[in-house]
Structures are given as structure tokens and as C-alpha cells.
Design a protein around this ligand. Structure first.
Ligand SMILES: [Zn+2]
Length: 299
């Protein structure tokens, strides 16, 4: 299988064998300012490059924004500059392979539900904090679906009139708590450019006051949005993934504290780091591709 994940900053791809372990990881820059056609061309080229290496039997691709998984269309993906593109059909034609298309947060949640930190749990809320903030609700151990409407927690307004967001809104959770926002805010506060979110998290751990203030504000905003989602879905567990999870467990304690102060201790579900970290989306994309292949071969 080949699996691709297209985001605002980069397009990540890998090959997954039957053991489900990602290999031959590659990364290309998205540069959405080039326009939607150029981004699509890059995605197609990346997929073809990976396909040449492993003779895949199917491919999976995950996208941010609003995705129609049934028809395989990107309905609206502002991070890529796409609106209403038949991604599945174009990729399938380009690669001459069956292709499955999924939403990034939901597909990462699927990977955690089937083989990760949600495997032994019936109901969980998954949130992935990386370049964007993706989320998924898994109820009664089923595959997460669009029905529950929790995929776009990242675009919940947390700072009215705040920084502009690529979705067209202002002050969305993504503008405060995503890796891109943490990087940008640290540069703005200190004048030091090029310090990635992971390094900012480490600096906060080490007591850097600017990093601490930015991380604390990110955790507070995240807790506000998650508290509302927990109140709505009452999940048994909260699984935290993406770059934030890769930064380590030290960020879970302040997040838990912030949730307890909003909901009270008994209402706060168990917090768990995602098993697949920032590769969850690609593992999930490969699962979608495998499901598609199983359906086709009648397995
Ligand atoms: Zn937004």
C-alpha cells in the first residue's frame, strides 16, 4: 500500500507492507501559494514516485478540511487551496490503482481505534495537534464517521477577532494551539525565526518564559474546546496525537489540569498518548486502502 497525507506545509508519503509499519517515508513541500493545480500535480507526482518503488495494490490519501469520503472528493480544503476536486478519480487514473480518500483527523482516529491507543476502548475522542488540529469521535468501537461532526474542532473560535485562519475565520483554535501557530507566536514574541513547535515545547519544559506563556495559552485554548467536546460526547478516553504527543507526556499534565478545572475531576476521561504519533494519518490511509482492496477481492 502507499499512503499519502497532504497538509498545508508538506505532503508526507510512505509505503506500508502487510505488517503495517511505515517505510520509505518521504516529504515534499506543499507551497499552496502556487495554486490548486500545482498542489494537485505535486500530490500526483509524489504518489507516482512511491508507487514506482513498491508496486502497490491500492493507495490511500488523506486530506484536511471537508472531505466526501464516499465520492473521494475534496469538498473544501483551504489549507491546500482546493474546492470540489475529484481527488480519488484523478489519482486512480494517474496511478492505475484503486484509491481511497479520507479526512485527516478521522483517518488518524481510525488507526488509533483499530491498532492504537483506542484499541481496548469503546468510546474515545481523538485529537491530533500538528500543523492543523484534527479530531475524531469513535463511539462503540466503530469507525469514526462524519456524522458526529467533531472533525473540525480546530476551527472552533477561541479568540474572537484573533489571528486570521486559512479557513477564512479569525481566532480559531488552530491559530492559537497548532504547531504552526506555536512556531509563529514564538517568533513574534522573541524575534527568533525558524524555531519549530517541538523545540518551543522543550523550551517551555526548560523554563523559557516566552515559550511557557505560548504553550500555556495553547493548552488553555485546547482545554476550552476539548471540555465542550467531552461534555457533548462523554468519551471514556481522550487520545492525544500529532506533534504535540511526540513532544512528550509532560504536556498532558497541564492539559489534564485545565480540563479538571473546567469539568471537575470525575468527568475528565483518561488521557492517553496516541500510539502512532504523527504517522497515525498515514497508517490510517493505508488501512483505508487495504479495506478498499479487501472489498474488491471479496475478502
Ligand atoms: Zn479556522
Amino acid at each position: 500500500m502507499i499512503a499519502l497525507e497532504a497538509g498545508a506545509t508538506d505532503i508526507k508519503g510512505c509505503v506500508l507492507g502487510p505488517d503495517g509499519v511505515p517505510r520509505n517515508g518521504e516529504r515534499w513541500f506543499t507551497r499552496p501559494e502556487r495554486g490548486p493545480d500545482a498542489v494537485l500535480e505535486t500530490v500526483l507526482t509524489c504518489a507516482a514516485t512511491l508507487a514506482e518503488r513498491c508496486r502497490p495494490t491500492a493507495a490511500g490519501v488523506i486530506l484536511p478540511g471537508t472531505v466526501d469520503e464516499t465520492s473521494g472528493r475534496a469538498v473544501h480544503a483551504p489549507a491546500l487551496g482546493w474546492r470540489d476536486l475529484p481527488v480519488r478519480d484523478w489519482m486512480a487514473e494517474h496511478l492505475d490503482l484503486p484509491v481511497a480518500v479520507g479526512h485527516d483527523g478521522r483517518t488518524a482516529g481510525l488507526a488509533e481505534a483499530r491498532a492504537g491507543a483506542g484499541q481496548d476502548c469503546e468510546d474515545f475522542l481523538f485529537v491530533s495537534v500538528g500543523d492543523g488540529i484534527g479530531s475524531a469521535v469513535v463511539l462503540t468501537g466503530r469507525v469514526p464517521t462524519t456524522r458526529y461532526g467533531a472533525e473540525e474542532l480546530g476551527h472552533t473560535e477561541v479568540r474572537p477577532g484573533g489571528d486570521p485562519c486559512h479557513c477564512g475565520g479569525r481566532g480559531c483554535l488552530e491559530t492559537v494551539a497548532s504547531s504552526a501557530a506555536v512556531t509563529r507566536r514564538y517568533a513574534r514574541a522573541t524575534g527568533w525565526r525558524g524555531i519549530g513547535a517541538r523545540e518551543v515545547y522543550h523550551r517551555a519544559d526548560a523554563g523559557d518564559p516566552a515559550a511557557l506563556a505560548i504553550c500555556e495559552e495553547a493548552m488553555v485554548a485546547l482545554a476550552d474546546v476539548l471540555a465542550a467536546a467531552i461534555g457533548r460526547y462523554a468519551p471514556e478516553r481522550l487520545v492525544v496525537g500529532g506533534e504535540l504527543a511526540e513532544a512528550g507526556a509532560s504536556l498532558l499534565a497541564p492539559l489534564r489540569e485545565a480540563l479538571v478545572s473546567r469539568l471537575g475531576s470525575p468527568a475528565v476521561p483518561g488521557l492517553r498518548l496516541a500510539r502512532f504519533g504523527e504517522t497515525a494519518g498515514r497508517v490510517g490511509a493505508a488501512l483505508l486502502a487495504r479495506d478498499l482492496q479487501d472489498v474488491r477481492t471479496g475478502r
